[in-house]
Design a protein around this ligand. Structure first.
Ligand code: FAD
Length: 350
């Protein structure tokens, strides 16, 4: 046996891969490793300076997120939404103000930012994670799968691929996967891979003093959605949202100016006194995105049945938010698929 042999290998240490590892550990399995191409964990969950530049919200029906947070002892809190929100629906008509129904279920956020979930999952797995390890080929050799990476060959009895299907087409599978599977992988948009997020921090939540919630919605301006992104303890104040993709090709300085001007218009001059400003354009991040990104404003359909099957004699299983028949694209789907994948690999090889 080579030095890099383990019973199980998980490719990708985003939410799905880490959930799969957590499930293996719960099932008393210890012989596994995670291979992650980035130099950090979490994939599309990425928090910088307390700003969630990737995933943020979940809802009351996202039972897999709720269960996992409870199991790990990570708490949640409601998205702040008190006060007037702004709807900008036309460049000609004035903005419209509305208030959220205080009795309607509000979106949740994770206390300590979304990365708190990743940290809690990863904490007992530190020795099992290989960062900056890019899988480029998976070859079936006898009773094992051999994984070619930039850090050498790893092999395992069974492998869970949690890389988003479209990005996983970069991996060479030997024997080749069928045309149907390849087409499904190519045709599965990676949720939010086209998004640009912006986060701005402030000394005070000045908008609240004006009875504004910090929410601004509308497709016609520099920011399409903006929310109060202050922390759960209400001691660090921020606004965070999605940048209009029409600004993607502007220079960073021009884009920032357009965004700040837009927010000044609806929240006030205090915007200019920000403490920090950051953006992340996921379309430029090759671990999530690819050349053929396109704007997707409707939720595309996910959970193609080809991802439910196992391949290479039951040794290869797909997982990840886009493969999930439930809550496809979302954190809930990433967790659900990780749980399903482990159930599949713990079954006897068929
Ligand atoms: C801007 C943005 C906002 C979002 N907002 C929300 C939200 O509010 N609520 C919500 O529920 N969801 C949201 N999402 C979606 C959510 O982030 C995903 O559903 C979830 O994080 C996906 O987890 P995953 O493990 O399936 O995939 P990923 O997080 O993409 O993990 C896959 C991992 O595989 C790694 N990888 C890629 N290629 C290779 C390779 N060749 N070898 C080894 N490793 C590789 C990647 O680096 C990555 O770490 C958002 C996403 C983005 C980008």
């Amino acid at each position: 046996m080579s030095e890099n042999f383990s019973k199980y290998i998980i490719i990708g240490a985003g939410l799905s891969g880490l959930t799969a590892a957590y499930q293996l550990k719960k099932a008393a399995e210890t012989d596994f490793v995670l291979l992650e191409s980035r130099n950090r964990l979490g994939g599309r969950i990425y928090t910088n300076d307390a700003i969630d530049l990737g995933a943020t919200w979940f809802q009351t029906h996202h039972q897999n997120v709720l269960n996992l947070l409870d199991e790990l002892g990570v708490s949640r809190f409601n998205q702040f939404s008190k006060g007037k929100s702004v709807l900008v629906y036309s460049t000609m008509a004035p903005e419209h103000y509305f208030e959220s129904d205080p009795n309607a279920p509000s979106a949740y956020r994770i206390t300590g930012s979304s990365s708190a979930l990743i940290q809690a999952l990863a904490e007992p797995l530190v020795n099992k994670i290989r960062l900056q390890t890019v899988a480029s080929a998976i070859t079936e050799i006898g009773n094992t799968l051999s994984i070619q990476t930039n850090k050498g060959i790893f092999s395992a009895e069974k492998v869970i691929v949690t890389v988003p299907p479209k990005i996983a087409t970069r991996i060479e599978f030997q024997p080749e996967l069928s045309e149907v599977v390849i087409r499904a992988m190519q045709g599965t948009h990676t949720w939010m891979s086209n998004a640009i997020k912006v986060g701005i921090t402030f000394k005070t939540p000045f908008w609240r003093d004006k009875n504004l919630s910090g929410t601004i919605i509308g497709q016609v301006g520099a920011v399409t959605e903006l929310y109060d992104h202050s922390n759960a303890e209400d001691s660090r104040y921020a606004l965070m949202g999605f940048v209009n993709e029409g600004l993607r090709d502007y220079s960073p300085e021009q884009r920032k100016q357009r965004i700040l001007d837009y927010l000044v218009k609806y929240l006030g001059k205090e915007i200019e006194g920000y403490l920090s400003y950051e953006e992340k354009d996921w379309s430029q991040d090759w671990n999530t995105s690819c050349e053929t990104i396109k704007s997707v404003y409707m939720s595309p359909s996910y959970g193609n049945p080809v991802f439910e099957r196992t391949y290479m004699n039951g040794r290869l299983v797909f997982s990840g938010a886009e493969t999930s028949p439930l809550s496809g694209g979302y954190m809930d789907g990433a967790i659900y698929s990780g749980i399903l994948a482990v159930k599949k690999i713990l079954e006897k090889v068929r």
